[in-house]
Design a protein around this ligand. Structure first.
Ligand code: PBG
Length: 334
């Protein structure tokens, strides 16, 4: 899009259209609505439990019954999607990650409970082996190598178990090659043709995931980093190639992750492909804003809303954010 050249002063006075809330609203280019929000929540076992995640003030791990209540609240506020991340008991973590496709694992139990009790919210589930892996990696580790093809076969089993439980959107966060194609064909051949895939296409190897790994109990287990499968923070052309690849394999929506430090990637993806594009405002971004707000250094509500608007400006159709509930409440006020 070409930018019009402005008339010289005083014909052009940019302050004319800024003079009141009404005129500012009239010329506003982007809007954030509750429809744009996807709420990631952490699920743990037990009953009637909500425990705080220390490195993410305000975020809790909830037992399944409490997750159902949270999903109700989100649905009542108009949040369209809740995204489940299990905190798996250490005794269930193994090298073969079999808990990942157990029909009765935490994620699948929470999905079934939400689908039964809360019809008006979509459930998104995470596909990757790290919550179930004894070594904290997203794929199988054999002789020190994170193996691709055997991992993809396991991810397909995990995908099918989530679809059976009623997941509406599969979110593969693993970054293995060929996973989208494998999942899509398995979903098609098992009568799950309406299950959507939101691919974590441009997922960077980022230090901003630290608090999340605490939240799902994976930080202690993880040896080394994830840079043999997640992206190098120095790259953007590669992000476009990954998005093109995932779309050609059958992804319905794509994601850039983390969010705020990668807004340039969001913009390039949206401009180049014009497909539903999402960003994940990750745990470390949330932790930074919360820490500064709790210290009184930033205005919580204003930085929350400004940070979310930044994603809309960068071309995103929606945002996965731990602020979803608070932002939705704020949007309902105005
Ligand atoms: C792992 C996964 C991660 C996140 C979502 N899924 C962390 C990682 O790759 O180690 C990060 C989310 C966040 O930081 O909020 N499959």
């Amino acid at each position: 899009m070409k930018t019009a050249t402005s008339a010289p002063f005083p014909a052009a006075r940019f302050r004319r259209s800024k003079q009141s809330p009404l005129t500012r609203a009239l010329v506003r280019e982007n809007t954030l609505t509750t429809n744009d929000l996807i709420w990631p929540v952490f699920v743990r076992d037990g009953e009637n439990i909500e425990e705080p995640v220390e490195s993410m003030p305000g975020v809790k791990r909830r037992s399944v019954d409490r997750v159902v209540e949270a999903a109700k609240e989100a649905a009542d506020l108009g949040i369209p999607v809740i995204c489940l991340f299990p905190y798996t008991d250490a005794v269930l973590k193994t090298a073969d990650c079999a808990e990942a496709w157990n029909p009765n694992n935490l994620s699948n139990r929470a999905t079934r409970a939400i689908k039964k009790a809360v019809p008006n919210i979509a459930v998104m589930t995470d596909v990757a082996l790290d919550p179930y892996n004894i070594n904290g990696h997203d794929g199988f580790v054999i002789d020190g190598e994170i193996v691709n093809d055997a991992t993809v076969a396991a991810l397909v089993k995990q995908t099918l178990s989530q679809a059976e439980a009623g997941s509406d959107i599969i979110g593969p966060s693993d970054m293995m090659d060929n996973r989208i194609a494998a999942m899509r064909s398995a979903l098609e051949s098992h009568s799950h043709q309406n299950v959507m895939i939101m691919s974590y296409s441009a997922k960077y190897s980022s230090a901003f995931y630290g608090p999340f790994r605490d939240a799902v109990g994976a930080s202690g287990a993880l040896k080394g980093d994830k840079s043999t499968y997640q992206m190098d923070p120095a790259n953007t052309d590669e992000a476009l190639r990954l998005v093109a690849r995932d779309l050609s394999e059958g992804a319905d929506m794509v994601m850039v992750k983390p969010g705020m430090p990668y807004l340039d990637v969001c913009r390039r993806v949206k401009d180049q492909f014009g497909v539903p594009t999402f960003a994940y405002q990750v745990s470390g971004e949330y932790a930074m804003l919360q820490a500064a707000s709790l210290n009184g250094w930033l205005d919580h509500d204003r930085v929350m809303m400004e940070s979310l608007m930044a994603f809309k400006r960068a071309g995103c159709d929606g945002i996965l954010t731990y602020f979803a509930i608070e932002a939705a409440r704020k949007l309902a006020e105005t």
